[in-house]
Design a protein around this ligand. Structure first.
Ligand SMILES: Nc1ncnc2c1ncn2[C@@H]1O[C@H](COP(=O)(O)OP(=O)(O)OP(=O)(O)O)[C@@H](O)[C@H]1O
Ligand code: SF4
Ligand code: SF4
Length: 284
């Protein structure tokens, strides 16, 4: 079972839910896909070691073979190649490593070199199997690092995936192949607005989803009313709690100090499992 924790709006409590849910389960793996700023390990405190570099194949043009025909530049959908009067200019950070320009070059003038865009790290100790991706500073290829990170999911275990905020490519890369997505939101106008964007993404991708309303006692009831109207499962409600915020600021997962929440997260997991199974069952 692969479960993503996502949201439209940032700061709604994804990491809080992902870490506390993973710690409440036995034998769960936790993956921090927020590769621009992974922060799950602030709460776990595990020693991490590098598992692998994430590289992208980037073109290099041999000037002696190139006749500036422009076929490579015409092919590239990402504007990573520009034909100048006497040269082909390459914008490495725009290149997605598709390899197409190398194939279309009629003069075999293009070769490829590895360019490092990030790194995958894994825990060497701790009660959870934990992995995170780390995008190199200045690199925009977030999705490549997320894809590489997800290769390390053990298909026989339960994987909890902490997704980045928003609804753009990094979120799609994080949730694409999951069995279920938990959308964490808050009862504010901004939370409600961005939840609806995230719901649209899940519907388009055909991923089953439910909602956790965090800080449920701030703002108004619009999120809850909307979920009831639309038949969206409300999986859990977490109140605004000074103690949760205090523990967070000390890097302590709140299930460790407030053990009653472990049962609630276990119940959440059971609900998610049965909702996902119901969806997989063929209609009678
Ligand atoms: N129920 C709660 N009561 C009080 N404070 C909370 C609660 N849930 C989360 N917070 C606070 O909200 C902040 C954001 O939480 P968290 O980092 O889990 O959100 P996030 O969605 O993962 O953020 P990002 O979008 O940056 O990844 C933290 O400062 C945390 O202490
Ligand atoms: S396709 Fe090959 S020969 Fe043509 S401009 Fe590009 S690198 Fe040069
Ligand atoms: S490898 Fe693909 S993305 Fe990169 S420059 Fe060539 S065509 Fe463009």
């Amino acid at each position: 079972m692969k479960i993503a924790i996502a949201s439209g709006k940032g700061g709604t409590g994804k990491t809080t839910v992902a870490v506390n849910l993973a710690l409440s389960l036995k034998d769960a793996q936790l993956f921090d896909c927020d590769v621009e700023e992974p922060n799950c390990n602030l709460f776990l405190g595990y020693d991490l070691e590098k598992i692998e570099d994430v590289n992208v194949k980037t073109p290099v043009v041999d000037k002696n073979k190139c006749d500036l025909c422009g076929k490579c530049s015409d092919f590239c959908q990402f504007n990573a190649l520009a034909i100048l009067p006497e040269d082909v200019m390459i914008f490495p950070t725009l290149c997605h490593g598709c390899g197409g320009c190398t194939i279309v070059c009629p003069n075999k003038a293009i070769s490829e070199v590895d360019r490092k865009v990030g790194v995958i790290e894994g825990s060497v100790n701790g009660e959870l199997a934990f992995c995170q991706g780390l995008l190199k500073i200045g690199e925009p290829m977030t999705s490549l690092v997320i894809k590489a990170l997800q290769e390390h999911i053990d298909k026989n275990a339960t994987a909890i995936i902490d997704a980045p905020p928003g609804t753009a490519c990094p979120v799609i890369a994080s949730v694409k192949n999951v069995d279920y997505c938990i959308l964490v939101t808050e009862s504010t106008p901004f939370g409600f607005h961005d939840l609806k964007l995230a719901l649209d993404v899940m519907r388009i991708l055909g991923i089953p989803f439910g909602v956790v309303i965090n800080r449920c006692d701030i703002g108004d009831n619009r999120v809850e009313e909307y979920c009831i109207e639309e038949g969206i499962p409300i999986l859990m409600k977490i109140p605004y709690d000074r103690e949760i915020a205090r523990l967070y600021s000390k890097g302590i997962p709140f299930v460790n100090e407030m053990p009653e929440w472990k049962d609630r997260f276990l119940r959440l997991f059971r609900d998610v499992t049965s909702l996902s199974e119901m969806r997989d069952r063929p209609e009678q």
